[in-house]
Every structure is written in structure tokens, then in C-alpha cells.
Write a protein that binds this ligand. Structure first.
Ligand code: SAM
Length: 390
């Protein structure tokens, strides 16, 4: 009786308008937006069209290879990950599976798209190698340091207190979204680092079943997805999560005004995720704008600063500590004295030349004289941008 009731409930949840099944390849992904595809990840990815996703976030099986039950000192059983979805016959099987889904994930990404994969020491090195072999371009690895990790009950190893995330773009040529300034603002004006300190998912955020047990063994904290989506997507972007589980990616995407497509093959997880996402209230559109990153700010050539009269032809620019002096020319190039006469070029080229470096950011290297001392010419560029914004 109880089983029949549970089955009816499950079917009802799977009939929710959030859940979808696909049987043939799709030309457009529109019908799947903000939906959970019920089915195998690789098959579902194969059915999705090329080049449409802005981001893939994946929390794939870890292939933990747990040997027997793990118990606490009081003999209570630790609820680890011993589910069938985490079992593979061998490393070779796991690698073939990893390669297959990563290949499809890369195909569905836009040329400037990117992927995040989270894993533990059991699988992340294999995933990293597959990413590179498939042509992804690694951008960062981020360490999620858990403030409340599970102890090593047997006392035979270090406490396993972190997971690793790899952020990679579709290719070396991609220009993936990175909201640098927004993250800096969120971090009290300090550059965001690659070690993220966050608790594991507990308390009210943790989805629980009727008996109070966890709905999903590896539910990720929303704060982790919040940072990832804020950093590497914009409102309206499409995020695909091929291992959706309890739907953390979908819940945060909906909250932040991003579109999502989730995939999972477990009916219970899908039901829990659909219920969770239906309850999320999206943030108001006007609260979703973030501090624009410099890369997305309008381009201001040094020449236009000279045109505008903020720096005059003939004025001098200085390297830090006045180590080098350059003279500004009417066309926005600068010149320094060399042993064989003047050397001219852009602020970047001459900055690199005087330092004997391969490259230089002339905006931060060259300074101009003010009543209060030297200021980087980047200050004038910001002034131009602000006056253009009104
Ligand atoms: C590590 S969990 C993801 C947890 C998720 N990030 C969350 O916050 O709840 C991996 C999920 O992938 C699903 N999964 C594993 N292999 C799959 C496959 N081949 N096709 C579809 N889903 C799969 C499992 O059912 C499980 O829910």
C-alpha cells in the first residue's frame, strides 16, 4: 500500500511540467529550457543541438570504490556514497564514460562557452586529463575547502577536507565570461582567490525525505553554485548540468535569472529536484546586474585620451619610481630615448621595451604627474569611461 502510494507520488512528480523526456535529436534546445531531462546523461546530451550552451556545470559520479561499510567509533553507519550510479567496473570503464560525456558537453557549448567539473581525489585527475585530451583549455582549478568536513573515522589518513573544481573553456581561443569585478566587489574589493572556504550542505538547505534521511547523498551547497554562476555566466545564459541530482544548479540558476537544463536518470532525485526548483523565487531582474568587468567595458584607446586633452602631446609619462621617462606624441604613441635614438610605439609596446619584457599593460605601467604625486594613466581611462556612462 505504502509502496503503491509512493509510486503514484513519483509518477505525479515526474509528470510535473519541469520534467521532460527526449526520444529523438533536437534541432533547438528551447523545449528543454528550465527542465529536467529524465534519462541517461550521455544519451540526453547526444540529443541536444551543437553550440547552444553558455556553461556546463557537472558533478559526475566520483567512482569512490568504497570497500564495505564505514562506521563511526560508536558503530553507527556513515551515510557515504554507495549508490549504483557511482559504481564502475574498472578505471578503464570510468575513463570511457568520462570521455563520452565530456565530448558531448563540449559539442553543445558555444565557442566561448566553458565547463566546471567538481570531483574528489578519486576522479578529478582522470577528469582533468580527459578535459585536456579533448581540447578544452584549463583556466583554473579551485579548491573548495570544507569548513565542516566529515572526520576520517578510522584515523588512518588526513581528514579529507576539500573537493577540487576545474574550470575550463571550450578551446584555447574561447573568451569565456568572467565577471572579475563583480567577484572582487563580492570579496570586499579583494581579488577572488582560487581557495573557497564554504561549509558542506547541512541544516534547512539539506533536502530530507519523510523519515528525515537525506534525499541525496552528495547535495552541493547553493553558495558554491551561486559563486560559479555569478562569476562565469550572465543573466539569461543557459547552464546545462548533466548530473543534476537534487537540482542545486537549477535552484540557483532560477534564483539568479539564468536558464538551466538538468539531466538525471533517478526518478526520486528528479522528483525532489522538481519540487525544490518549483519553490524557488527568482530575484528581480534589476537586482541581477553586477559590476561590469573591465573586459566588457567600452574600449578606450590611449589616443582618445590625448584627443580629449586629458594628456597633451609633449607631456611626460613615468614608469614606477620614475625609472623610465616617455614623451607623449600627438597620435597617442609614446617615445623613449634609446642608445640609437628615439624608440616609439604604443604605451604597451614601449612599456615592454623598457622592461625587456614580452608584454606589458601600459595602462598600469605608465604614470602621469598630478599635484598629489604620480597616478597610473588607467585613472584617466576610467575617467573617460565614467563620463561616457554619464
Ligand atoms: C554527484 S551526484 C550530483 C549531485 C548534485 N550536484 C546535487 O547538488 O544534488 C551525481 C548524479 O548523477 C546521476 N547520474 C550518474 N550517472 C548518470 C547517468 N549515466 N545518467 C544520468 N544521471 C546519472 C546520479 O543519479 C546522481 O544524482
Amino acid at each position: 500500500m505504502a509502496r503503491a502510494k509512493a509510486a503514484t507520488k513519483k509518477t505525479a512528480a515526474l509528470n510535473s511540467n519541469l520534467v521532460k523526456s527526449i526520444s529523438a535529436p533536437l534541432r533547438k534546445a528551447d523545449d528543454c529550457l528550465d527542465k529536467i531531462i529524465a534519462g541517461d546523461s550521455i544519451e540526453a546530451l547526444r540529443a541536444l543541438p551543437d553550440n547552444f550552451a553558455d556553461l556546463v556545470f557537472a558533478d559526475p559520479p566520483y567512482n569512490l570504490q568504497l570497500g564495505g561499510d564505514l562506521t563511526r567509533p560508536d558503530n553507527s553507519r556513515v551515510a557515504g556514497v554507495d549508490d549504483d550510479w557511482d559504481k564502475f567496473g574498472s578505471f578503464r570503464d570510468y575513463d570511457a564514460f568520462t570521455r563520452a560525456w565530456l565530448e558531448e558537453a563540449r559539442r553543445i557549448l558555444k565557442p566561448d562557452g566553458a565547463i566546471w567539473v567538481i570531483g574528489s581525489y578519486h576522479n578529478i585527475f582522470r577528469v582533468g586529463s580527459a578535459l585536456q585530451n579533448l581540447g578544452y583549455w584549463l583556466l583554473n582549478d579551485v579548491i573548495w575547502v570544507k569548513t565542516n568536513p566529515m572526520p576520517n573515522f578510522r584515523g588512518t589518513r588526513f581528514t579529507n577536507a576539500h573537493e577540487t573544481l576545474i574550470w575550463a573553456s571550450k578551446s584555447k581561443e574561447s573568451r569565456p565570461t568572467f565577471n572579475y569585478s563583480a567577484l572582487k566587489t563580492a570579496n570586499d574589493d579583494l581579488q577572488m582567490r582560487s581557495d573557497w572556504l564554504m561549509p558542506i550542505c547541512t541544516g534547512n538547505e539539506r533536502l530530507k525525505g519523510a523519515t528525515g534521511s537525506k534525499v541525496h547523498p552528495t547535495q552541493k551547497p547553493e553558495a558554491l553554485l551561486y559563486r560559479i554562476l555569478l562569476a562565469t555566466t550572465n543573466p539569461g545564459d543557459i547552464v546545462v548540468d548533466p548530473f543534476f541530482g537534487s537540482g542545486t544548479t537549477g535552484a540557483v540558476a532560477k534564483m539568479l535569472g539564468r536558464r538551466f537544463i538538468g539531466i538525471d536518470r533517478d526518478a526520486d532525485y528528479i522528483a525532489a529536484a522538481a519540487k525544490r526548483i518549483a519553490a524557488v523565487k527568482p530575484s528581480e531582474a534589476q537586482s541581477l546586474a553586477v559590476t561590469p568587468s573591465r573586459r566588457s567595458a567600452p574600449r578606450v584607446p590611449f589616443g582618445s585620451i590625448v584627443e580629449k586633452g586629458l594628456i597633451k602631446p609633449g607631456e611626460e609619462l613615468y614608469a614606477p619610481q620614475k625609472k623610465h621617462v616617455a614623451r607623449v606624441r600627438a597620435d597617442g604613441s609614446i617615445a623613449v630615448k634609446g642608445p640609437d635614438g628615439a624608440v616609439e610605439g604604443s604605451i604597451h609596446k614601449i612599456g615592454a621595451h623598457v622592461q625587456k619584457a614580452e608584454a606589458c599593460n601600459g595602462w598600469t605601467y605608465w604614470h602621469y604627474e598630478t599635484k598629489t604625486g604620480l597616478k597610473p594613466i588607467d585613472f584617466l581611462r576610467e575617467k573617460m569611461r565614467n563620463s561616457a556612462r554619464g
